[in-house]
Design a protein around this ligand. Structure first.
Ligand code: XMP
Length: 197
């Protein structure tokens, strides 16, 4: 299966099977995405709307590579069910800024089936933005169920469950500096949540 060829850091070796995208690859690609966004939104009134919580690290790196004026807001979405299986979508935080007539760029961690972004885009569309585009760090093309496309995509990845760089498994692993694939035989965590999937 695909991997980056980069070894999993020793501290994560018991839990992470392989590094899919190493930290330096993420940094390079995020800078390139920022350059593209910078060009496209120069002179516009950009409002970035990031989805919580998975965009945390990606967003922090992305915005620090942008020098155009922008405003930032968040929408909270949670697909209950936990773990790797998607469940019902609930909005946990609504948009605060008025985006009517603004150029809105939605930022998400991963475009998978497309259900999350479809719901979010429908909501935002009703608020009357001047333009509405999507930026995702990762995309799994194989699993698309909804007609959603992203205008800016960091990496297309195979249909594997990934963690790190903001992405979690049961709220763990968000702080890994790389994107990796968990081991199916990893030991249980302190609360015993790490062993199954
Ligand atoms: P949909 O299917 O709605 O999925 O496009 C988007 C949301 O599902 C989560 N997701 C993942 N989270 N590793 C994760 O940590 C993955 O491989 C993965 N695939 C989907 C994620 O929250 C995303 O916003």
């Amino acid at each position: 299966e695909s991997g980056s060829g980069v070894r999993v850091p020793r501290v994560w070796r018991a839990e992470v099977e392989r590094v899919l995208i190493p930290a330096d690859g993420l940094a390079r690609r995020v800078r390139a995405l920022a350059r593209q966004i910078q060009r496209d939104y120069e002179g516009r009134d950009l409002v970035m709307v990031a989805l919580l919580n998975g965009t945390l690290v990606f967003l922090a790196d992305l915005i620090r590579n942008l020098t155009l004026p922008l405003r930032l807001d968040f929408i909270g979405v949670s697909s209950y069910g936990g773990g790797t299986r998607p469940g019902r979508l609930t909005f946990t935080k609504e948009l605060g800024l008025d985006v009517r007539g603004r150029d809105v760029l939605v930022v998400d961690d991963i475009l998978d089936t497309g259900r999350t972004l479809r719901r979010v885009l429908e909501r935002l569309e009703r608020l009357g933005p001047r333009s509405l585009r999507v930026c995702v760090l990762l995309e799994k093309k194989a699993r698309r169920q909804e007609p959603v496309r992203a205008d800016y995509v960091g990496f297309e990845i195979p249909d594997v469950f990934v963690v790190g760089y903001g992405l979690d498994y049961a709220e763990r692993y968000r702080h890994l500096p790389f994107v990796g694939v968990l081991r199916s035989d990893r030991p249980a965590g302190p609360e015993g949540t790490g062993a199954t999937s």
